[in-house]
Design a protein around this ligand. Structure first.
Ligand code: MRU
Length: 358
């Protein structure tokens, strides 16, 4: 997708310098900065501080983290420790473990130059696959938007939460891919962008990337979706997910659950878009999903541009107040109209998922 008219991916390997390059998302939308990661510590730090974020992108960064670990120290114990640290860097998205396990399987038994070469090609393959998965999610989700448009014959209003856009993946995004495909096809659409407190991924990233692709969008406070649905101003919701259980329960950015409840009450279809790398086939009970608890300062302080044109933090709460910063919640499958995957659209249920992924 484009920034200032130039096509970018969110992560890539610079062969010449043997470093990984990322777009530093903590500075967006105010500054566009490309950052170099040259050690596994850099990769872990980028994931923890959310310079890279979004389930598929942190999975890809972990895969490249393994490449950086091999470049740094071609020693098995170092690699084992690096793998553990990468998986632990953020707990909720399953993509981290998925990517690290996949790298370990591919690299098992390899040594020296073969190990390095295979690690680079596998990390790149993870990225290429994600791009094609997200593209297919878009093609499959487009049909749903088209159906609504054919009935309505007017602008389709879509509500999304957080950033499940191309910035959260390698390209296209999950929730935004059907949106980009609909826009390219000339279907009139307008996106309600949940601000997504506390880190404002909706306002800072989703709205930013939609603007860059010239897609009409309006930022709303997180509590506004309900009244818009009551007023008939939302035709459908599409969100992403960090971990989907085999029974169709969906774990995503905090606030997704409340939006799904409002959608259910107002009979607004609520779709979740995901690549198969986000499915946790092992965990049976959503209560066992580790929910990330982040620094309360993310609530009490907001980022903005100061008078010197620098990205700065401002305190917005009473200094003595306590705050709790849970980063994700779980939407039970019964509130999800359908899952949009790279293989097709299915019911949010074990039967639905089994039909697509045998
Ligand atoms: O905390 P974040 O910004 O990493 O959370 C991102 C989300 O919740 C996305 O909706 C999810 O990762 C899906 S990304 C395609």
């Amino acid at each position: 997708m484009k920034i200032n008219g130039v096509e970018y991916k969110t992560i890539w390997f610079d062969e010449e310098k043997q470093v990984v390059k990322i777009i530093d998302q903590t500075k967006l939308p105010h500054k566009f900065i490309i950052k170099e990661l040259s050690s596994v510590k850099d990769a872990i730090n980028a994931i923890k501080t959310m310079e890279v974020r979004g389930a598929p992108l942190i999975g890809a960064t972990a895969a490249f983290g393994i490449v950086l670990a091999i470049l740094e120290n071609n020693n098995n114990q170092f690699l084992v420790n690096a793998s553990k640290d990468l998986i632990r860097s953020r707990p909720t998205a399953i993509n981290l473990k998925w990517a690290v396990d996949r790298m370990a399987k591919k690299l098992s038994g390899l040594e020296g130059n073969k190990l390095l070469k295979s690690s680079i090609s596998e990390a790149k393959l993870i990225c290429d696959e994600d791009i094609s998965f997200c593209k297919n999610i878009g093609i499959n989700g487009l049909k749903i938007i088209e159906e609504i448009y054919n009935k309505k014959k007017n602008t389709v209003n879509i509500l999304t939460h957080c950033n499940a856009g191309w910035l959260a993946t390698i390209d296209w995004g999950t929730a935004t891919s059907p949106i980009y495909h609909a826009h390219k096809k000339g279907i009139p659409i307008h996106i309600w962008v949940d601000e997504t407190r506390p880190r404002n991924q909706g306002a800072n990233l989703t709205s930013y990337e939609l603007n860059e692709e010239e897609i009409p969008n309006t930022i709303i406070a997180d509590n506004t979706g309900g009244i818009l649905m009551q007023r008939g101003q939302v035709d459908m919701c599409i969100v992403g997910t960090d971990r989907t259980l085999s029974n169709g329960d969906v774990c995503n950015k905090i606030g997704t659950y409340l939006k799904a409840l409002a959608a259910y009450d107002n009979k607004v279809p609520f779709y979740v878009a995901l690549p198969s790398s986000t499915i946790d086939w092992n965990l049976k009970n959503s209560k066992d999903i580790p929910i990330e608890e982040r620094d309360p300062k993310e609530l009490s302080h907001v980022d903005g541009i100061n008078k010197d044109n620098k990205v700065d933090k401002v305190l917005i709460y009473p200094e003595k107040s306590k705050s709790l910063n849970l980063a994700f919640d779980v939407t039970p499958a019964k509130y999800v109209t359908a899952l949009i995957t790279e293989k097709g659209v299915c019911d949010a249920s074990s039967e639905g998922l089994k039909k697509l992924f045998h």
